[in-house]
Design a protein. Structure first.
Length: 294
């Protein structure tokens, strides 16, 4: 009798644990909105108005191989008349005044590689609606480029490009080189280091030189005086969020890297030669094509 009583006690004690485990298994994760980046050197090369663009006379360009990217701002826009800021804002990166004027806080920026999740938020936080356009304010790029040295040899190097309106930077690393800044840097600041060689440098592109394609500039202009890098792209078919979704919605932002790194030539040979005094004139990505899977 004693043994039976003990067994019954053990079974009774186990019931709550079995029940809790079952309840946990029954929980279904809320559907999410997920955003990822893609880089395409074959995608159309666009100008500020979203029209096909060739490399300017006297300049040369190359399609860099992207390592990393970051965005400062992400917005869904219902139509071509939706003004910047009046759509559904999905993300706004941290900012700071530590460097004086307001700036993106680079130390808190989320930096990702191609295919890695940049943003993941519950779909319940996304306003229901039909969205035709996507706006993405890019802030940081990290990619591989080819450089011709004074000795005539070509080398691979890594370039960090800050294309946000203004960025407060403490320090950052490229390869084995650390760049201490501890200040704000305007749009167009860049730094470069040769891969596996002890050479590095940095510079600043001219104000307003960064291309920011916006095909709906006529109806929804991006304030150029703010130097925001808000690239705009259209979905092939509207993204409809109605609040009844049960699956994740994954948006892929395909960015055109087609000859996106551009410089002014001193030696007209199509090679980037900083030792010859060739200066970077544009580092803006050349178009956005958003797609989604529901």
């Amino acid at each position: 009798m004693k043994k039976i009583y003990v067994i019954l006690l053990l079974v009774a004690a186990a019931i709550p644990f079995v029940s809790c485990s079952k309840d946990a298994d029954d929980l279904v994760e809320e559907p999410m909105l997920i955003i990822k980046f893609k880089f395409d050197p074959t995608q159309a090369r666009l100008n500020n108005l979203g029209q096909p663009s060739t490399v300017a006379a006297g300049n040369a360009a190359q399609s860099p191989i992207f390592n990393l990217i970051s965005s400062h701002y992400v917005e869904l826009a219902p139509n071509a008349n939706t003004q910047l800021g009046n759509g559904t804002i999905l993300y706004h990166a941290p900012e700071t005044t530590l460097g004086g004027s307001n700036a993106i806080d680079f130390s808190k920026s989320k930096i990702v590689s191609e295919g890695e999740t940049f943003l993941r938020i519950p779909l319940s936080q996304v306003a229901a609606g039909s969205y035709e356009w996507m706006r993405v304010s890019l802030s940081y790029q990290n990619y591989q480029i080819s450089v011709r040295a004074a000795n005539g040899n070509d080398y691979d190097g890594t370039l960090a490009s800050f294309v946000g309106f203004n960025t407060y930077i403490t320090s950052f690393d490229i390869e084995n080189t650390t760049f201490p800044v501890n200040a704000n840097r305007a749009q167009g600041y860049w730094a470069f280091a040769l891969n596996d060689h002890p050479y590095s440098t940095s510079g600043q592109a001219l104000p307003g030189a960064t291309t920011v394609p916006n095909p709906i500039e006529a109806t929804s202009p991006i304030p150029r005086n703010l130097n925001t890098c808000v690239v705009t792209g259209r979905f092939a078919s509207n993204l409809v969020i109605d609040g009844t979704e049960t699956n994740d919605v994954v948006i892929t932002l395909s960015l055109s890297s087609n000859n996106s790194f551009e410089w002014h030539e001193v030696n007209a040979d199509g090679k980037y030669e900083p030792a010859a005094g060739e200066e970077v004139v544009d580092m803006g990505l050349r178009g956005l094509i958003p797609t989604y899977v529901k």
